[in-house]
Design a binder for this molecule. Sequence first.
Ligand code: ZN
Length: 185
Amino acid sequence: MTMNEKAPIIQLGNPILRQKAIWVTNIDDQQIQKLIDDLIVTVSQANGVGIAAPQVAESWRLFIVASRPNSRYPHAPEMEPTAMINPQIIAYSSEVVKGWEGCLSVPGIRGLVPRYQAIVIEYTDRHGKLEKQVLTDFVARIFQHEYDHLEGKVFLDRVESTEELMTEAEYQQRVVIADEKVEDN
Ligand code: ZN
């Protein structure tokens, strides 16, 4: 079979999610290229906007940023799924913004997480080219969330109060519907 299949996503409690991931030295390696393809399929099937390799039990420093509107994030901006290998944050804004996050490895829970509003990042793409970009707002948030996975962190570690946690069902009712009302104005 050459078709890419959805890789099983590991969940909170699995110690792999708490490991620091390893630098990718050979991007051309077939296993790394296949991992990238698998992650792109997996994030799309799971209605995610990003996924990091450790979430499928592959502890490499690589993740996919794939912002697009879907049922879990109806207001996400649209972009091509992008593999970011050995990513780094070079600089960040003084402005920090709080926003609701969820995680495919922490199903059913949302949390209000402070993140830098803008970041300057560097990563190697899947063809081995070094990229430097400025990311802002929601896409900057995705990058910081996925980067945390490479450091063995999850969004729950950054929530400032347990009162800023919600179940997915409450989030869909309260936050998504509230946002839609604001956008109607
Ligand atoms: Zn996550």
